[in-house]
Design a protein around this ligand. Structure first.
Ligand SMILES: Cc1ncc(COP(=O)(O)O)c(C=O)c1O
Length: 430
């Protein structure tokens, strides 16, 4: 028996924690951090349990508290998201999508989806669950200058090809998508609008973005860990009872059995954080993204969406081809402790998937760590130092580590002394 193996494993995660939580500027648009309170709730006996079915109608015994937690989580999320029916059982955004596609369409049906360069997620494509379910992918007309759906041409195409699903929302989303504008024609051809809110759920909960369930989306799917700063997971919601019934029948038993019960209470606490701090958090995110975009633009970076003011969300998208493309730039920034991801942008061809021209940034995590517009200006300056002024990597990295020292605490959460609180409530497993 060797404890060295244990130390080695522990050391790896310790190094990861130190690097990403204390020494990096994290700008991956699909990530976030949970609060210490949520972290404490996450680690519970619930992670060992099963609860197939819906609250109070289970296939296993032992779920009396889980039933209450799950019911409450759906209820509080419903209040936040303006939805009568919420299902927290999908264990990820991809699972939420798979269940929605399977519930509303059948093999051979058409789905109209954004092109990858315009922000569709892999689950919306022939390479992902959409294709695996036998649905065909039809390209949504997109206006690259506006960085949004081309409504007139989308209406024409929906009339012409009669898709069963019109998928809005996406992995790149700078501006509100035209739900109201596409609802009537989608219904006219017997289809459904599915809005994938994975990226913008926190902005919706904070009332700083569009309100998909009430603007006409038949169903909304999402992750729970991007702008909504919860544990990794998924959900779906709707105001349509018939659609909810169809979804309920599919999520279990087709897409989940056990739905990872420890995340339920942690998601409920996050929902309360968003209830009390969500408006301020989401409005700061949007202000920060806009500031970062404007500053980067003023340093000479090519920022997409200029015509519309760059962004209305947490995201900023750059064309970095002149600096060697998305892969090279993301790798260079990583060496400087600035974590981003490469992304396809309009003009890129499918063959460029491994070296696209774009770089996608999201400010939601750094906002959660307390950064405001002045910090966004400094981040833009660091981009300038790293990519235009070409300062040595070590110099930029030291500046990043120094800068991050002031932002180690998660904000927009309850001011609870966890040491005192934990004596009574938190030593859940021992
Ligand atoms: C629009 C969109 N939908 C779905 C997903 C998948 O979410 P998950 O990683 O929770 O499966 C993502 C992931 O980034 C996404 O951007």
């Amino acid at each position: 028996m060797s404890f060295n193996e244990i130390y080695e494993a522990l050391n790896l995660i310790k190094q990861h924690n130190k690097w990403r939580r204390k020494e990096c500027i994290n700008l991956i648009a699909s990530e976030n951090v949970t609060s210490p309170l949520v972290d404490s709730v996450y680690l519970s006996d619930a992670m060992h349990r099963y609860a197939e079915g819906t609250p109070f109608k289970r296939f296993y015994q032992g779920t009396r508290y889980i039933d209450e937690i799950e019911e409450k989580t759906n209820q509080v999320l419903g209040e936040l998201l303006g939805a009568k029916y919420v299902d927290i059982r999908p264990i990820s955004g991809t699972t939420a999508n798979g269940a929605a596609f399977f519930a509303l369409a059948t093999h051979g049906d058409k789905a109209m989806v954004l092109p990858v360069f315009a922000g569709s997620h892999v689950s919306h494509t022939r390479f992902g669950i959409l294709g695996a379910l036998g649905l065909s992918e039809e390209e949504m007309p997109f206006n690259s200058e506006e960085m949004n759906i081309d409504v007139d041409n989308a209406i024409k195409k929906i009339r012409q090809i009669k898709p069963k699903l019109v998928i809005l929302g996406g992995t790149v989303i700078l501006f509100r998508h035209p739900i109201k504008e596409l609802r009537e024609v989608t219904e006219e051809v017997g289809g459904y609008i599915l809005y994938d809110a994975a990226h913008v759920l926190g902005l919706i909960a904070g009332k700083q973005f569009q309100d998909p369930a009430n603007e006409g989306a038949h169903i909304v799917t999402s992750s729970t860990h991007k702008t909504f700063p919860g544990p990794q997971g998924g959900l779906a919601f709707t105001n349509n009872e018939e659609i909810y019934k169809k979804y309920k029948k599919v999520i279990f038993p087709v897409f989940v059995s056990n739905h990872h019960l420890h995340r339920l209470a942690a998601t409920l606490i996050t929902a309360y954080e968003m209830k009390y701090f969500g408006k301020e958090y989401a409005s700061t995110i949007v202000k920060n993204a806009k500031t970062l975009a404007e500053e980067l633009h003023s340093y000479g970076f090519k920022v997409l969406g200029e015509k519309r003011g760059f962004t209305e969300t947490h995201q900023v998208v750059l064309n970095v081809r002149e600096f060697g493309g998305g892969t090279r730039v993301a790798e260079h920034l990583e060496k400087c402790n600035i974590i981003t991801n490469k992304n396809m942008i309009p003009g890129d061809t499918p063959e460029m998937v491994r070296d696209p021209s774009g770089l996608r940034l999201g400010v939601q995590e750094m906002t959660r760590m307390g950064m405001n517009t002045s910090e966004m200006k400094y981040i833009a300056e660091l981009f300038y130092s790293a990519l235009i002024k070409k300062e040595p990597i070590e110099d930029v990295r030291s500046k990043v580590v120094e800068f991050r020292k002031n932002f180690h605490e998660v904000k927009y959460t309850f001011n609870i002394d966890l040491n005192k609180f934990s004596e009574e409530y938190l030593p859940i497993i021992s």
